[in-house]
Write a protein that binds this ligand. Structure first.
Ligand SMILES: [Mn+2]
Length: 430
Protein backbone atom coordinates (compact mmCIF):
# COMPACT_ATOMS: atom_id res chain seq x y z
CA UNK A 1 0.00 0.00 0.00
CA UNK A 2 1.29 3.44 -0.94
CA UNK A 3 0.33 5.99 1.69
CA UNK A 4 1.02 9.55 0.57
CA UNK A 5 0.23 10.80 4.10
CA UNK A 6 2.05 9.37 7.14
CA UNK A 7 -0.45 7.06 8.86
CA UNK A 8 1.12 7.93 12.25
CA UNK A 9 0.16 11.55 11.69
CA UNK A 10 -3.44 10.56 10.97
CA UNK A 11 -3.56 8.36 14.08
CA UNK A 12 -2.18 11.16 16.27
CA UNK A 13 -4.67 13.60 14.79
CA UNK A 14 -7.53 11.14 15.38
CA UNK A 15 -6.47 10.49 18.99
CA UNK A 16 -7.25 14.08 19.87
CA UNK A 17 -10.81 13.77 18.53
CA UNK A 18 -11.72 10.13 19.19
CA UNK A 19 -13.34 10.70 22.61
CA UNK A 20 -15.71 13.34 21.25
CA UNK A 21 -16.63 11.17 18.29
CA UNK A 22 -17.47 8.29 20.62
CA UNK A 23 -19.79 10.45 22.74
CA UNK A 24 -21.41 12.16 19.75
CA UNK A 25 -21.98 8.83 18.00
CA UNK A 26 -23.57 7.31 21.11
CA UNK A 27 -25.82 10.32 21.51
CA UNK A 28 -26.92 10.27 17.87
CA UNK A 29 -27.47 6.51 18.15
CA UNK A 30 -29.89 7.12 21.05
CA UNK A 31 -31.73 9.83 19.14
CA UNK A 32 -32.11 7.65 16.06
CA UNK A 33 -33.17 4.65 18.14
CA UNK A 34 -36.08 6.74 19.49
CA UNK A 35 -37.12 7.15 15.85
CA UNK A 36 -36.81 3.42 15.24
CA UNK A 37 -33.57 3.71 13.26
CA UNK A 38 -30.54 1.51 13.86
CA UNK A 39 -27.47 3.75 13.60
CA UNK A 40 -25.25 0.73 12.89
CA UNK A 41 -27.20 -0.06 9.72
CA UNK A 42 -26.95 3.55 8.56
CA UNK A 43 -23.22 3.50 9.30
CA UNK A 44 -22.68 0.27 7.32
CA UNK A 45 -24.58 1.57 4.30
CA UNK A 46 -22.75 4.91 4.46
CA UNK A 47 -19.39 3.14 4.66
CA UNK A 48 -20.24 1.20 1.48
CA UNK A 49 -21.00 4.40 -0.44
CA UNK A 50 -18.37 5.75 -2.81
CA UNK A 51 -18.10 8.61 -5.26
CA UNK A 52 -15.49 8.80 -8.03
CA UNK A 53 -12.94 11.59 -8.31
CA UNK A 54 -12.47 13.07 -11.78
CA UNK A 55 -8.75 13.05 -12.51
CA UNK A 56 -8.97 16.62 -13.83
CA UNK A 57 -10.53 17.78 -10.56
CA UNK A 58 -7.24 17.68 -8.65
CA UNK A 59 -5.85 20.47 -10.83
CA UNK A 60 -7.04 24.04 -10.29
CA UNK A 61 -9.96 24.76 -12.59
CA UNK A 62 -10.70 28.02 -14.25
CA UNK A 63 -13.17 29.95 -16.29
CA UNK A 64 -13.08 31.20 -19.87
CA UNK A 65 -11.56 34.37 -18.41
CA UNK A 66 -8.61 33.02 -16.50
CA UNK A 67 -7.07 30.26 -14.49
CA UNK A 68 -5.11 30.96 -11.32
CA UNK A 69 -3.05 27.84 -10.63
CA UNK A 70 -2.04 26.89 -7.10
CA UNK A 71 1.33 25.54 -6.04
CA UNK A 72 2.32 21.90 -6.38
CA UNK A 73 -0.25 21.17 -9.07
CA UNK A 74 -0.19 17.71 -10.64
CA UNK A 75 1.90 17.62 -13.82
CA UNK A 76 0.69 14.30 -15.21
CA UNK A 77 -1.68 11.44 -14.50
CA UNK A 78 0.67 9.88 -11.94
CA UNK A 79 0.75 13.11 -9.91
CA UNK A 80 -3.04 13.19 -10.18
CA UNK A 81 -3.26 9.63 -8.84
CA UNK A 82 -1.07 10.61 -5.89
CA UNK A 83 -3.44 13.50 -5.07
CA UNK A 84 -6.44 11.18 -5.45
CA UNK A 85 -4.60 8.79 -3.13
CA UNK A 86 -4.43 11.54 -0.48
CA UNK A 87 -8.16 12.21 -0.81
CA UNK A 88 -9.02 8.53 -0.45
CA UNK A 89 -6.56 7.93 2.39
CA UNK A 90 -7.98 10.77 4.48
CA UNK A 91 -11.67 10.96 3.53
CA UNK A 92 -12.35 7.29 2.61
CA UNK A 93 -15.31 8.06 0.36
CA UNK A 94 -13.64 8.07 -3.06
CA UNK A 95 -12.37 4.59 -3.99
CA UNK A 96 -12.37 5.25 -7.75
CA UNK A 97 -10.94 7.70 -10.27
CA UNK A 98 -12.53 8.72 -13.55
CA UNK A 99 -10.02 9.39 -16.31
CA UNK A 100 -10.17 11.77 -19.20
CA UNK A 101 -8.59 10.97 -22.52
CA UNK A 102 -6.43 12.51 -23.96
CA UNK A 103 -5.46 14.42 -20.79
CA UNK A 104 -4.54 11.18 -18.97
CA UNK A 105 -2.91 9.29 -21.79
CA UNK A 106 0.22 7.36 -20.81
CA UNK A 107 2.50 4.72 -22.30
CA UNK A 108 1.81 1.89 -19.85
CA UNK A 109 -1.73 1.37 -18.55
CA UNK A 110 -0.78 -1.82 -16.69
CA UNK A 111 1.64 0.27 -14.64
CA UNK A 112 -1.04 2.94 -14.14
CA UNK A 113 -3.48 0.35 -12.86
CA UNK A 114 -0.89 -1.04 -10.43
CA UNK A 115 0.04 2.41 -9.11
CA UNK A 116 -3.61 3.27 -8.59
CA UNK A 117 -4.13 -0.03 -6.79
CA UNK A 118 -1.30 0.93 -4.45
CA UNK A 119 -3.32 3.96 -3.40
CA UNK A 120 -6.42 1.79 -2.96
CA UNK A 121 -7.95 3.21 -6.14
CA UNK A 122 -9.77 1.57 -9.04
CA UNK A 123 -11.07 3.18 -12.23
CA UNK A 124 -14.56 4.46 -12.82
CA UNK A 125 -16.04 5.61 -16.16
CA UNK A 126 -13.75 6.77 -18.95
CA UNK A 127 -14.40 10.24 -20.37
CA UNK A 128 -13.82 11.05 -24.01
CA UNK A 129 -13.03 14.52 -25.33
CA UNK A 130 -14.29 15.69 -28.68
CA UNK A 131 -15.01 19.22 -27.46
CA UNK A 132 -11.50 20.54 -28.03
CA UNK A 133 -8.80 20.02 -30.62
CA UNK A 134 -5.64 18.20 -29.61
CA UNK A 135 -2.15 18.80 -30.92
CA UNK A 136 -1.58 17.06 -34.23
CA UNK A 137 -5.25 16.19 -34.72
CA UNK A 138 -6.20 15.79 -38.39
CA UNK A 139 -9.71 17.28 -38.26
CA UNK A 140 -11.07 20.14 -36.14
CA UNK A 141 -14.08 19.96 -33.81
CA UNK A 142 -14.79 23.66 -34.22
CA UNK A 143 -18.15 22.88 -35.83
CA UNK A 144 -18.91 19.71 -33.94
CA UNK A 145 -17.72 16.14 -33.52
CA UNK A 146 -20.14 13.21 -33.44
CA UNK A 147 -22.75 15.34 -35.22
CA UNK A 148 -20.44 17.20 -37.62
CA UNK A 149 -21.67 17.66 -41.18
CA UNK A 150 -18.40 16.12 -42.46
CA UNK A 151 -18.30 12.33 -42.15
CA UNK A 152 -14.51 12.38 -41.76
CA UNK A 153 -14.77 14.47 -38.59
CA UNK A 154 -17.42 12.13 -37.23
CA UNK A 155 -15.21 9.13 -38.01
CA UNK A 156 -12.32 10.70 -36.09
CA UNK A 157 -14.57 11.38 -33.08
CA UNK A 158 -15.95 7.82 -33.16
CA UNK A 159 -12.42 6.42 -33.36
CA UNK A 160 -11.39 8.49 -30.32
CA UNK A 161 -14.29 7.10 -28.27
CA UNK A 162 -13.36 3.55 -29.27
CA UNK A 163 -9.80 4.27 -28.14
CA UNK A 164 -11.18 5.42 -24.76
CA UNK A 165 -12.96 2.07 -24.42
CA UNK A 166 -9.76 0.19 -25.31
CA UNK A 167 -7.78 2.12 -22.67
CA UNK A 168 -10.55 1.64 -20.12
CA UNK A 169 -10.52 -2.11 -20.68
CA UNK A 170 -6.87 -2.19 -19.69
CA UNK A 171 -7.68 -0.26 -16.52
CA UNK A 172 -10.71 -2.25 -15.40
CA UNK A 173 -13.21 0.50 -16.19
CA UNK A 174 -16.75 -0.54 -17.09
CA UNK A 175 -18.26 2.57 -18.63
CA UNK A 176 -17.73 5.29 -21.19
CA UNK A 177 -19.13 8.77 -20.61
CA UNK A 178 -19.85 10.74 -23.76
CA UNK A 179 -20.45 14.45 -23.63
CA UNK A 180 -20.34 16.53 -26.79
CA UNK A 181 -20.48 20.30 -27.00
CA UNK A 182 -21.97 20.01 -30.50
CA UNK A 183 -24.65 22.48 -31.42
CA UNK A 184 -25.05 25.89 -32.96
CA UNK A 185 -24.59 29.54 -32.10
CA UNK A 186 -26.99 30.99 -34.69
CA UNK A 187 -30.57 30.23 -35.62
CA UNK A 188 -30.45 28.42 -38.93
CA UNK A 189 -26.85 27.34 -38.50
CA UNK A 190 -27.73 23.68 -38.01
CA UNK A 191 -30.55 21.42 -39.12
CA UNK A 192 -31.80 20.16 -35.74
CA UNK A 193 -33.17 16.80 -36.89
CA UNK A 194 -30.24 15.95 -39.14
CA UNK A 195 -27.74 16.82 -36.40
CA UNK A 196 -29.56 14.52 -33.97
CA UNK A 197 -29.69 11.75 -36.57
CA UNK A 198 -25.94 12.07 -37.07
CA UNK A 199 -25.46 11.85 -33.29
CA UNK A 200 -27.40 8.58 -33.30
CA UNK A 201 -25.44 7.18 -36.24
CA UNK A 202 -22.14 8.02 -34.57
CA UNK A 203 -23.04 6.81 -31.10
CA UNK A 204 -24.40 3.57 -32.58
CA UNK A 205 -20.91 2.83 -33.86
CA UNK A 206 -19.42 3.55 -30.43
CA UNK A 207 -22.12 1.47 -28.78
CA UNK A 208 -21.23 -1.43 -31.07
CA UNK A 209 -17.68 -1.29 -29.69
CA UNK A 210 -18.74 -1.62 -26.05
CA UNK A 211 -17.64 -4.80 -24.28
CA UNK A 212 -20.53 -6.95 -23.04
CA UNK A 213 -20.27 -5.78 -19.42
CA UNK A 214 -19.85 -2.06 -20.21
CA UNK A 215 -22.33 0.78 -20.10
CA UNK A 216 -22.40 3.99 -22.10
CA UNK A 217 -23.32 7.16 -20.22
CA UNK A 218 -24.83 9.96 -22.31
CA UNK A 219 -24.34 13.32 -20.62
CA UNK A 220 -26.61 16.19 -21.60
CA UNK A 221 -26.03 19.90 -21.06
CA UNK A 222 -28.36 22.76 -21.84
CA UNK A 223 -25.78 25.06 -23.43
CA UNK A 224 -22.12 26.04 -23.69
CA UNK A 225 -20.08 26.00 -25.84
CA UNK A 226 -23.05 26.09 -28.24
CA UNK A 227 -25.08 29.03 -26.98
CA UNK A 228 -28.07 28.90 -29.30
CA UNK A 229 -28.87 25.19 -29.44
CA UNK A 230 -27.12 22.07 -28.21
CA UNK A 231 -27.72 18.67 -29.80
CA UNK A 232 -28.04 16.76 -26.50
CA UNK A 233 -29.38 19.64 -24.47
CA UNK A 234 -31.69 17.98 -21.95
CA UNK A 235 -32.81 14.68 -20.50
CA UNK A 236 -35.43 14.28 -23.22
CA UNK A 237 -32.87 14.20 -26.02
CA UNK A 238 -30.58 12.10 -23.87
CA UNK A 239 -33.39 9.62 -23.22
CA UNK A 240 -34.34 9.43 -26.90
CA UNK A 241 -30.73 8.64 -27.77
CA UNK A 242 -30.23 6.14 -24.94
CA UNK A 243 -33.45 4.40 -25.90
CA UNK A 244 -32.47 4.22 -29.57
CA UNK A 245 -29.03 2.82 -28.73
CA UNK A 246 -30.09 -0.02 -26.44
CA UNK A 247 -29.97 -1.30 -22.86
CA UNK A 248 -26.29 -0.49 -22.27
CA UNK A 249 -26.88 3.21 -22.96
CA UNK A 250 -28.18 5.36 -20.10
CA UNK A 251 -28.57 9.03 -19.23
CA UNK A 252 -26.09 10.79 -16.99
CA UNK A 253 -27.29 13.68 -14.86
CA UNK A 254 -24.80 16.47 -14.21
CA UNK A 255 -26.44 18.69 -11.62
CA UNK A 256 -25.16 21.86 -13.28
CA UNK A 257 -26.42 21.10 -16.79
CA UNK A 258 -30.07 22.10 -16.47
CA UNK A 259 -32.16 25.18 -17.10
CA UNK A 260 -32.65 27.35 -13.99
CA UNK A 261 -35.45 26.15 -11.70
CA UNK A 262 -35.73 22.76 -13.38
CA UNK A 263 -36.88 20.09 -10.94
CA UNK A 264 -33.84 17.83 -11.17
CA UNK A 265 -35.06 15.28 -8.63
CA UNK A 266 -38.13 14.70 -10.77
CA UNK A 267 -35.97 14.08 -13.84
CA UNK A 268 -34.05 11.59 -11.73
CA UNK A 269 -37.29 9.84 -10.78
CA UNK A 270 -38.35 9.63 -14.44
CA UNK A 271 -35.02 8.15 -15.52
CA UNK A 272 -35.11 5.63 -12.68
CA UNK A 273 -38.61 4.55 -13.71
CA UNK A 274 -37.43 4.14 -17.30
CA UNK A 275 -34.37 2.11 -16.24
CA UNK A 276 -32.19 4.77 -17.86
CA UNK A 277 -30.43 6.51 -14.99
CA UNK A 278 -26.68 6.12 -15.60
CA UNK A 279 -25.58 8.16 -12.63
CA UNK A 280 -24.40 11.61 -11.64
CA UNK A 281 -21.84 14.28 -11.93
CA UNK A 282 -22.13 16.12 -8.62
CA UNK A 283 -21.55 19.83 -8.29
CA UNK A 284 -23.62 22.82 -7.30
CA UNK A 285 -24.79 25.87 -9.18
CA UNK A 286 -26.39 29.23 -8.61
CA UNK A 287 -26.80 30.60 -12.13
CA UNK A 288 -25.86 27.93 -14.65
CA UNK A 289 -23.10 25.38 -15.08
CA UNK A 290 -21.16 27.06 -12.29
CA UNK A 291 -19.25 23.94 -11.23
CA UNK A 292 -19.38 24.98 -7.57
CA UNK A 293 -18.62 22.44 -4.86
CA UNK A 294 -21.36 19.84 -4.29
CA UNK A 295 -23.94 21.04 -1.78
CA UNK A 296 -22.21 24.38 -1.22
CA UNK A 297 -25.18 26.48 -2.35
CA UNK A 298 -28.26 24.25 -2.38
CA UNK A 299 -27.72 21.27 -0.07
CA UNK A 300 -31.46 20.61 0.18
CA UNK A 301 -31.71 20.17 -3.59
CA UNK A 302 -28.94 17.58 -3.36
CA UNK A 303 -30.85 15.91 -0.56
CA UNK A 304 -34.02 15.73 -2.66
CA UNK A 305 -32.04 13.98 -5.40
CA UNK A 306 -30.74 11.47 -2.86
CA UNK A 307 -34.21 11.01 -1.51
CA UNK A 308 -35.21 9.65 -4.94
CA UNK A 309 -32.13 7.41 -5.05
CA UNK A 310 -32.62 5.94 -1.61
CA UNK A 311 -36.33 5.43 -2.32
CA UNK A 312 -35.46 3.53 -5.52
CA UNK A 313 -32.96 1.32 -3.68
CA UNK A 314 -35.47 0.80 -0.85
CA UNK A 315 -38.14 -0.25 -3.35
CA UNK A 316 -35.61 -2.46 -5.17
CA UNK A 317 -36.25 -0.91 -8.58
CA UNK A 318 -34.94 -3.27 -11.26
CA UNK A 319 -31.72 -2.21 -13.01
CA UNK A 320 -31.08 0.64 -10.56
CA UNK A 321 -27.29 0.97 -10.39
CA UNK A 322 -26.21 4.61 -10.58
CA UNK A 323 -22.57 5.66 -10.87
CA UNK A 324 -21.45 8.62 -8.81
CA UNK A 325 -18.76 11.12 -9.67
CA UNK A 326 -17.80 14.62 -8.55
CA UNK A 327 -17.50 17.09 -11.41
CA UNK A 328 -16.68 20.57 -10.25
CA UNK A 329 -14.15 23.29 -10.85
CA UNK A 330 -11.92 24.41 -7.98
CA UNK A 331 -10.91 27.94 -8.76
CA UNK A 332 -10.25 29.45 -5.32
CA UNK A 333 -9.59 26.45 -3.06
CA UNK A 334 -6.98 23.71 -2.81
CA UNK A 335 -8.61 21.05 -5.05
CA UNK A 336 -7.68 18.25 -2.61
CA UNK A 337 -9.54 20.02 0.20
CA UNK A 338 -12.57 20.78 -1.97
CA UNK A 339 -12.80 17.19 -3.18
CA UNK A 340 -12.57 15.77 0.35
CA UNK A 341 -15.25 18.15 1.61
CA UNK A 342 -17.46 17.50 -1.43
CA UNK A 343 -17.12 13.72 -1.12
CA UNK A 344 -18.15 14.04 2.52
CA UNK A 345 -21.06 16.26 1.51
CA UNK A 346 -22.35 13.66 -0.95
CA UNK A 347 -21.86 10.89 1.61
CA UNK A 348 -23.60 13.03 4.26
CA UNK A 349 -26.57 13.63 1.99
CA UNK A 350 -26.85 9.91 1.29
CA UNK A 351 -26.89 9.19 5.06
CA UNK A 352 -29.54 11.89 5.62
CA UNK A 353 -31.73 10.32 2.95
CA UNK A 354 -31.22 6.87 4.51
CA UNK A 355 -32.82 7.99 7.77
CA UNK A 356 -36.04 9.23 6.18
CA UNK A 357 -38.93 7.11 7.47
CA UNK A 358 -40.07 5.56 4.16
CA UNK A 359 -43.14 3.80 5.56
CA UNK A 360 -44.37 7.00 7.22
CA UNK A 361 -43.71 8.95 4.02
CA UNK A 362 -45.68 6.44 1.94
CA UNK A 363 -48.56 6.68 4.42
CA UNK A 364 -48.51 10.50 4.41
CA UNK A 365 -48.52 10.54 0.61
CA UNK A 366 -51.43 8.12 0.43
CA UNK A 367 -53.33 10.20 2.97
CA UNK A 368 -52.56 13.42 1.06
CA UNK A 369 -50.97 14.83 4.22
CA UNK A 370 -48.62 17.28 2.55
CA UNK A 371 -47.40 18.81 5.79
CA UNK A 372 -46.36 15.56 7.43
CA UNK A 373 -44.82 14.31 4.17
CA UNK A 374 -42.63 17.34 3.74
CA UNK A 375 -41.66 17.38 7.43
CA UNK A 376 -40.51 13.76 7.16
CA UNK A 377 -38.07 14.80 4.45
CA UNK A 378 -36.90 17.84 6.41
CA UNK A 379 -36.34 15.68 9.46
CA UNK A 380 -33.83 13.57 7.53
CA UNK A 381 -32.15 16.62 6.05
CA UNK A 382 -31.92 18.43 9.38
CA UNK A 383 -30.36 15.50 11.23
CA UNK A 384 -26.67 16.10 11.83
CA UNK A 385 -25.10 12.81 10.75
CA UNK A 386 -21.54 14.07 11.26
CA UNK A 387 -20.73 11.46 13.97
CA UNK A 388 -21.63 8.66 11.50
CA UNK A 389 -19.30 10.11 8.86
CA UNK A 390 -16.52 10.54 11.38
CA UNK A 391 -16.89 6.95 12.57
CA UNK A 392 -16.90 5.65 8.98
CA UNK A 393 -13.58 7.40 8.29
CA UNK A 394 -12.05 6.45 11.61
CA UNK A 395 -13.00 2.76 11.21
CA UNK A 396 -11.48 2.69 7.72
CA UNK A 397 -8.17 4.19 8.86
CA UNK A 398 -8.96 7.63 7.48
CA UNK A 399 -9.00 10.98 9.26
CA UNK A 400 -11.82 12.08 11.56
CA UNK A 401 -11.07 15.61 10.34
CA UNK A 402 -9.69 15.19 6.79
CA UNK A 403 -8.95 18.88 6.11
CA UNK A 404 -7.26 19.34 9.49
CA UNK A 405 -5.08 16.26 9.00
CA UNK A 406 -4.29 17.28 5.43
CA UNK A 407 -3.16 20.75 6.46
CA UNK A 408 -1.08 19.30 9.29
CA UNK A 409 0.58 16.87 6.88
CA UNK A 410 2.25 19.57 4.78
CA UNK A 411 1.50 17.55 1.61
CA UNK A 412 0.84 20.60 -0.56
CA UNK A 413 4.06 22.31 0.52
CA UNK A 414 5.97 19.11 -0.23
CA UNK A 415 4.40 18.92 -3.68
CA UNK A 416 5.23 22.58 -4.31
CA UNK A 417 8.90 21.62 -4.01
CA UNK A 418 8.62 18.35 -5.94
CA UNK A 419 6.43 19.68 -8.75
CA UNK A 420 7.74 22.91 -10.19
CA UNK A 421 5.07 24.86 -12.08
CA UNK A 422 4.64 23.98 -15.74
CA UNK A 423 3.17 26.23 -18.39
CA UNK A 424 -0.48 25.49 -18.95
CA UNK A 425 -0.80 22.87 -16.23
CA UNK A 426 -3.83 20.68 -15.89
CA UNK A 427 -7.45 21.64 -15.72
CA UNK A 428 -10.57 21.32 -17.73
CA UNK A 429 -14.21 21.11 -16.92
CA UNK A 430 -16.66 18.65 -18.39
MN1 LIG B 1 -20.14 16.59 -16.15
Amino acid sequence: MTNPIDSGLIAAHNDKLARHVRHDYEHLGEQLARRGIDIELVREQTAAFGVAIPSWGVGTGGTRFARFPGVGEPRNVFDKLSDCGVIQQLARATPTVSLHIPWDRCSDYTEMREIAKGYGLAFDAMNSNTFSDQKGQAKSYKFGSLTHSDGAVRAQAIEHNLECIAIGEQLGSKALTVWVGDGSNFPGQQHFRRAFDRYLESTQQIYAGLPADWRMFLEHKICEPAFYATVIQDWGSSYLAANALGPKAQCLVDLGHHAPNVNIEMIVARLIAAGKLAGFHFNDSKYGDDDLDAGSVAPYRLFLVFNELVAAAHEKVKGFEPAYMLDQSHNVTDPIESLMVSAEQVQRTYAQALIVDRAALDAAQDANDALVATRLLKRGFETDVTPILQRVRQDAGGAIDPVGAYRASGYRQRMAEQRPAVAGGSGGIV
